[in-house]
Structures are given as C-alpha cells and as structure tokens.
Design a protein around this ligand. Sequence first.
Ligand SMILES: [Zn+2]
Length: 484
Amino acid sequence: MLRAGTSSSVRSCLARGKGTAQALRTCLQERCATSQKRRANAIAERSLHSTIFSRPASSATALSRPQPPAPQHEQPPHVLKPSLDLPISSIDERKVAVGWDTGTWSRYHHVWLRDHCRCPECFHPITKQRLLNTFDIPPDIKPVQVTSKSEGLEVKWPSSQPHTSLYPWSWLRQNSYDPPLAPPQTIENILWGSKIQQAPPTVLYEDIMAGDEGLFKWLSSVDHFGFCFVTGVPPTAEATEELVNRVAFIRETQYGRFWDFTSDLAKGDTAYTTMALGAHTDTTYFTDPCGLQLFHLLEHSNGTGGATLLVDGFYVASILKELHPSAYEILSRVPVPAHAAGEPSALFTPAPKTGYPVLRHQDGELFQVRWNNDDRSVMRGLEPALVEEWYDAIRKWHKLLTSADSEYWVQLSPGTAVLVDNHRVLHGRSAFTGKRRMCGAYLGMDEYRSKLAVLTEKYMPSALESEFAQQSSVNGRSIWNPLL
Ligand SMILES: [Zn+2]
C-alpha cells in the first residue's frame, strides 16, 4: 500500500512546488497516469503470461523448460500435452505443476484444486458460495488428466467421482501459493502534505447523486488520497444524509446515527465544545475504529476560527520511517490502550484491552493509523526499559504530525462536505467563537470497501486482473474476482 516510490516522488513534487496549483495538479495527474500505466502494463504482462505464451509445442522445448523442483522420483505419469502458446502443466502424486513463460513453476495440491473448482456444480455462480462438500473429497485424490487449454487449465478427475474442472490461467497465477507470485499492487496511495491545498481532490455533489460513475470517482479519490471534498451539496442535514447513504448505511455509535451538533456539550466529548482539537483519528477506543466519516459545516455565524485540519497519517508515517526508523518501529509494535467514558452510560475500550499499535501493518505494509492522544488510557503495559523511548517516539511522531509541511488547513463552508478515511487521515480543528453547526456520520470500513469493490468491478474491470472477468460474470459479478 505505502510505496516509497510514490511517497518520495510526490513529496519531492510537493516540495519542489513553491509550485503553482497547476504544477501540483500536473504532478498528481502524472502520478495517477504513471500508476494507471503501471497497472495497465502489469495487466498486459500478466495476460501475456497467461494467454500469449509464444513457445513451440515440441517436447524438446518442453524439456528445456525448468523442471518442477518437487520430488521427481517418478516421472510425471501424465505429461502434459503442451498446446501451442500455452503454459505447460504436469502431474505428480500430490501436485499439479504449471510452468509459466517466466521460467517459474507453480505447484497446486490435488486436493486444493478439487476444493477450488468453480464450475456451477461446485460453486454457486450467483451467491458465490461453495456448493462442493470439501469433506467428500478423498484425501488422496489425483487427477487423471490435465490439459493446457486457451481458457485455462482443464483438470479431469477420476471415475470414482467423475468431474472436469477449468481454472483460468490468470486465476491460477493470481492464487499461486507455491511459490506465491505476488500480484503487483492495484492501488497506489498518493501521499500528500500541506501543498495538497493547491489542488485537493474534489467531486461534484450532482455527479455523485446522478449515478454510480460519480460515486466511483468519489470513492476512488478517497481510496487514493484518504479524503475527498464534495462541492455543491445543499446545506441541509437531509441532503447530507442522502449523500452519506450513497456510500453505505451509517455506522451508529454512542454519538448517535447521523450527527447534527454544535458546541453545547450535548455529548461527553470535546468535539462538542469550542476547543481546538489536534490531529487525531476517531474511535481509537473501538476494536474496529469507524472507517470513514463525513463532515459538512452547515453554519458558522457570529464568530471566527473553526478551520478544519487534515493530516495524511501515511505521509507522516513515511517521513517518520525515513528519519527515525527506531521510533517508527516502536509505534508499530507497542499497543496503546484507549477509552471513551464521557457519556454516563458508556465505557468503551478495545479488545484486547491492551489496545493496538499506533501504526498497524499487514505483510509489512502500513494499513491503519490509530492516534488520539486525548483518548489514551494508562500505559501500564509498557516494559520499564521502553518508557522513555516510547515517549521519545510519540514526541517525534507528534512533531511531524504538527509540522507546517504536514498540516492541511481548510476553512469549510456550507455546501462543501468532506469524506475522510479515518484509518489513514487524521483530522482536527482550530478553536472558534460564535455558532458553528456541523453535521455528518460515520461509516464502517467494510461497507465502504465493499461498495468500492463492486464499483471497481463495474467501472474498472481491468483491475480484476482476470481475462475471465467479463466472460464468467452473472449480473456483472465474476466468479473469478480475485477477492473471492
Ligand atoms: Zn466442479
């Protein structure tokens, strides 16, 4: 997700840019163009691997290809009949091997292949659920024949359970686990600092309400930047709620469903005051913090202040990693407990109670920032030897979060809403006077990602990385979607 290349090139572009808005826009467009191009190339390359395998079908050529390193005590009894221009395949006692044009072999256990058959008997094409009874598969099942076909690998199963399966090449490649053939990233985050103000991502309210293409544009922007403005929103709570509902159903919390609030301490949280709020993410005290939030300032009269602050947590994390790798490591490792206890009827803490690290990773990639120093509970789980080091790490993190290079300040006005990825972008506000009425709502991360995945299949099927995406779809939804 977090790509150093992206980060440094956009950062240097942002840094270069005493730049005009145009320069930044051009840079971001170049980034988008580059990433799309890279994506297109990757897809083209993959389909090349899987469908345009330009290799003569002579056995001599087949032998010149790498042999599967799996135990070769016996020669594969059923040698592939390598067809022209296709990957080759072979069977041994336990696995089927597929030889790609890159010289790599992927191996698939027989039981794994049988279990993943996606014919209509084994996998429901509409519900996308397994129909096959996995536990009926004999543990020693072994195909009687594998054939390389242009549509994919055809596997014939023994007569005890006669059956024919077909696995598209791109699907086999995508799901190769021995070895894993990591597919190239399909989404690139565009990291940003304060200069994003020159050209912040923005879509029109009418486009979002008019159809799914506008909605896709909005959610894609949130996916790339971690936030996106919507302009031309009627300045009412009702219109704002309709806008939120375009994404997903609202995630209700102790603050209610759709909020429409002012500085009256109606709820026991500093959000309901006139105080300044430093950059933070919300609901760090939940096991699963709210995924997105939408804000819409409906009114600010008889006063000043109340500017909105946005900070790209992934951008700041990338700088912390570069400048202070040991601080980054501590924030990625030490869990931080949190609580919400301002409401008389509530006392939220995450499970496990020790909480989660500020920077959360999966497979080495940063996927979530959780940071609200105000909601932090007692650091009782810290190893004594780490106490000073941990405070030093959060000091460095705080300093970068609050640097002029990171902070994007924007004065919102009625008619402009902003949707923010609460797992990436931190928000805050300056103190204010007068009457400030804000409305909005939380959305779950899963609901947002589901909507984005459906729209991606509809409007950017190339991202599915499967030439079967179109052919094998029912109602526009493919059984070969790599997310299944
Ligand atoms: Zn089947």
